[in-house]
Design a protein around this ligand. Structure first.
Ligand SMILES: Nc1ncnc2c1ncn2[C@@H]1O[C@H](COP(=O)(O)OP(=O)(O)OP(=O)(O)O)[C@@H](O)[C@H]1O
Length: 297
C-alpha cells in the first residue's frame, strides 16, 4: 500500500483551446478517501476521467497505483469507476447486474456482492429501472466494489440523492472502505459530506488545483488574522496570503501556514473546512491575487 494512489505532474487537458484541467500536480497517498470539490465546470469530471483512463491528457503525466491509467486489463481491474449518473441497465434486474459483473470481471467477489445486496435490502428480482436514486447508487457502488479494486472513483455519487439516502450511501461507503481496504476518490459539491467521510482534499477551480492535502493538515494550517488596519504589514516565511479584506478600521486575512510549526501570530484563529474551501473558490474567481499592500491602502 505504499505506492501513491495517484500522482500527476503538470497534467493538462484541453478541448480545442478550452482548458478543462491545467497543469495539475498531485501526490495522493494510498488508503485515503479523497474528496474533490469545486464549482460546476472546474474540471472535476475531467480529472476523474483521466484517472480512470477514459480520456488521455493533452500534456503532462498521470499515474494511478503506480501505472498509466487503463494501461491493460490488469490495470483496468484495479480501478472501479462510477460515472456521474450512476448508470445501471433499466431493463435488467439487480441479480442480472451481479451476473453481468461476474461475467465481465475476473476478480469479481460473488460472496461480497451477494452479502452487500442483502445488507442494503435490495430485492435481487427488482428491475434496476424501478429502483430509487439511492438504491441505484447503492447498486452501482456494490458492482464497483465487488470487482475488489484497489481504487474506487466516484463522480458525484450523491448528487441526486435526498439527505437521508446521501447519509446512508456515505455511511455504507465508509463501512466497506474499512472492510475491503480500498482507496476512494469522489467528487462532490457538498463540503459537509466531504468533511464527514474524506481524509484528503483537492480543491479545483477554473481548471486548476487550488490546494490539496490531508484535511487535518489543511484545517490546522489555515488561519484567519484580524487586526487594526495597517498593522499587518508582513507575514512570516512559509505563510501564504490566500485572501485579504479590509474595512476602514480593520484588516482580515486568510493565510496558509505551510511551516511544520503552528502560526505564532497573536489573534490567529483556525478556520473551518467550509470557510477554507469557499475562500479558495472566491480567490479563483477573482482576477488578481490579494496583496498585503492592498490591505495597507
Ligand atoms: N467533451 C468535452 N468537450 C468540450 N468541453 C468539455 C468536454 N468535457 C468537459 N468540457 C469542459 O471542460 C470544463 C471542465 O468540465 P468538467 O466536466 O470536468 O467539470 P466539473 O468540475 O466536473 O463540472 P460539474 O460539477 O458541472 O460536473 C468545462 O468547462 C466543460 O465545459
Amino acid at each position: 500500500m505504499n505506492t501513491p494512489v495517484l500522482t500527476a505532474h503538470a497534467l493538462t487537458k484541453r478541448y480545442g483551446t478550452h482548458p478543462a484541467l491545467t497543469e495539475a500536480t498531485l501526490d495522493i497517498p494510498a488508503g485515503r478517501i479523497v474528496g474533490l470539490v469545486g464549482p460546476n465546470g472546474a474540471g472535476k469530471s475531467t480529472l476523474l476521467a483521466l484517472a480512470a483512463g477514459l480520456i488521455r491528457p493533452t500534456s503532462g503525466h498521470i499515474e494511478v497505483l503506480g501505472r498509466k491509467p487503463a494501461a491493460d486489463a490488469e490495470q483496468l481491474a484495479r480501478v472501479g469507476f462510477v460515472a456521474q449518473d450512476t448508470p445501471v441497465y433499466a431493463g435488467l434486474s439487480v441479480a442480472d447486474h451481479l451476473k453481468l459483473g461476474e461475467h465481465l470481471n475476473p476478480t469479481w467477489d460473488k460472496q461480497f456482492a451477494a452479502d452487500r445486496i442483502k445488507q442494503i435490502g435490495l430485492d435481487p428480482a427488482k428491475q434496476a429501472g424501478r429502483l430509487s436514486g439511492g438504491q441505484r447508487a447503492q447498486l452501482a457502488l456494490t458492482i464497483a466494489a465487488a470487482k475488489r479494486p484497489e481504487l474506487l472513483i466516484f463522480d458525484e455519487p450523491v448528487a441526486a440523492l435526498d439527505p437521508l439516502a446521501r447519509r446512508a450511501f456515505l455511511q455504507n461507503l465508509m463501512e466497506f472502505v474499512a472492510e475491503i481496504d480500498v482507496s476512494v476518490i469522489l467528487s462532490s459539491h457538498l463540503i459537509s459530506d466531504v468533511e464527514r467521510v474524506c481524509d484528503h482534499l483537492i480543491i479545483l477551480a477554473e481548471s486548476r488545483v487550488q490546494v490539496a492535502g490531508e484535511i487535518d493538515d489543511l484545517t490546522a494550517g489555515h488561519y484567519r488574522l484580524v487586526a487594526p488596519r495597517g498593522t499587518l504589514t508582513d507575514l512570516p516565511d512559509g505563510v501564504d496570503l490566500i485572501a485579504a479584506d479590509h474595512t476602514d478600521r480593520q484588516t482580515t486575512l486568510i493565510v496558509h501556514n505551510t511551516n511544520p510549526t503552528p502560526l505564532a501570530i497573536s489573534g490567529a484563529e483556525p478556520i473551518g473546512l467550509e470557510d477554507m474551501v469557499l475562500t479558495y473558490l472566491h480567490r479563483a474567481e477573482g482576477t488578481t491575487a490579494p496583496t498585503l499592500e492592498e490591505t495597507r491602502a
